[in-house]
Every structure is written in C-alpha cells, then in structure tokens.
Ligand binder design. Structure first.
Ligand code: ATP
Ligand code: MG
Length: 172
C-alpha cells in the first residue's frame, strides 16, 4: 500500500463532491475516514444528513468561520485558522485514519492565515498508512509539488451563470 496525497483544485464544480465520493468508496471497505471542513458553511445539509448514516468509520469536524473577504476581524479568523490547522495536523499524525479529507484547506494558505511550509512539512511526513485529500481553489505551488495526484476541475459551464439557483441534492 502506498499512501497518496491528492488535491482537487480549479474553478469548476466538483472538488468537494468528488472528495465525498472518495470517502464513500473508502468507507465501503471498512476504512476509517475523517473529513475536516475548514470553511464554515461549505459542508451542506445533504452530506450532513448522509454522514449520520455512516457514523461507523466516519468522523467529521467543522472548523473555521466564514470566508475571509467577509471578515470583520482578520486576526480572530487567523487564530481560528491556526487552531483548525493544528487540529488537522494532529489528526493526520495520529495515524488513526486511512483517509483524511481537508476540505477547502487551500484558502487558509492563499489568505496567508497559515504557512504553506507548515502544511507541506506535515503532509510530507505523514504516517505511511494515511491518504490525504485536499480540496479548494488555487492550490499553492508548494502543495502541488509534493502531491501524488492533482486534479484541476475546469469550469466549462455552470448553471449559476444562467441564473439557476442552488438545487437540492446538487449544491446542498
Ligand atoms: P461542490 O461542493 O459542489 O463539489 P466545489 O467544492 O467544487 O463544489 P466550491 O468552491 O467549494 O466548489 O464551491 C461550492 C459551491 O459553489 C457549490 O454550491 C457549487 O455549485 C458552487 N460552485 C462551484 N463552482 C462554481 C462555478 N464555477 N460557478 C458557480 N458556482 C460554483
Ligand atoms: Mg468545495
């Protein structure tokens, strides 16, 4: 077995849903999965309700607040981000999970709330049995460099641009 570092990035839809699909697949094998959501609100009701049915093997944690561009207190948000990353680091290092999903982690790096080097150091030295999947737009170069797999979701077309609002089961 070779543990992988995977990244779902790009502007197209599907980064988080593909991560959930991977979790679904791993859970089917009885593997243990931890999903950490770094941006509050990015975890939608559909997956929240589904996760109740997968209690056996699946843990998830909601960290963070809103998006930083809405932030009225960047210092506080940064402190929350640092704590959230610290929790993720401990989760990876514990070796307790076969798959750790770091949903929307890329934003914490691109907004300079946490140091890219702290993340890459941890991911490079993760336990041998732990797969990690990072999602979020604009994955930084340092992260891409150490990854085994990087998928760039390409935004060819999105219904939102035609004025179609978020649909149950598709967006939430
Ligand atoms: P999803 O959670 O649906 O897989 P994602 O993780 O790829 O999406 P995020 O940047 O996390 O994308 O944004 C999540 C929300 O934004 C979803 O409701 C999604 O439909 C919407 N979204 C994603 N990509 C686009 C886009 N290119 N244009 C408009 N809305 C988008
Ligand atoms: Mg997402």
């Amino acid at each position: 077995m070779k543990s992988l570092l995977m990244i779902n990035t790009g502007n197209g839809k599907g980064k988080t849903t593909a991560a959930l699909g991977l979790a679904f697949r791993a859970l089917g094998h009885g593997q243990r999965v931890c999903i950490i959501q770094f941006i509050k609100g990015s975890w939608k009701y559909g997956e929240l309700l589904s996760s109740e049915r997968f209690k056996d093997g699946l843990d998830f944690h909601v960290m963070g607040r809103g998006f930083t561009w809405k932030s009225d207190n960047l210092e506080k948000d940064t402190a929350i981000a640092v704590d959230a990353w610290d929790f993720a680091r401990q989760t990876i290092v514990s070796g307790k999970y076969d798959l750790v999903i770091l949903d929307e982690l890329t934003y914490l790096i691109s907004y300079k709330m946490i140091k890219e080097e702290d993340v890459t150091d941890c991911l490079k030295n993760r336990p041998e049995n732990v797969h990690v999947l990072v999602t979020g737009r604009n994955a930084s170069q340092g992260l891409i460099d150490i990854a085994d797999m990087v998928t760039q979701m390409n935004d060819v077309k999105h219904h939102y641009k035609a004025g179609i609002k978020a649909q149950k089961g598709i967006e939430f």
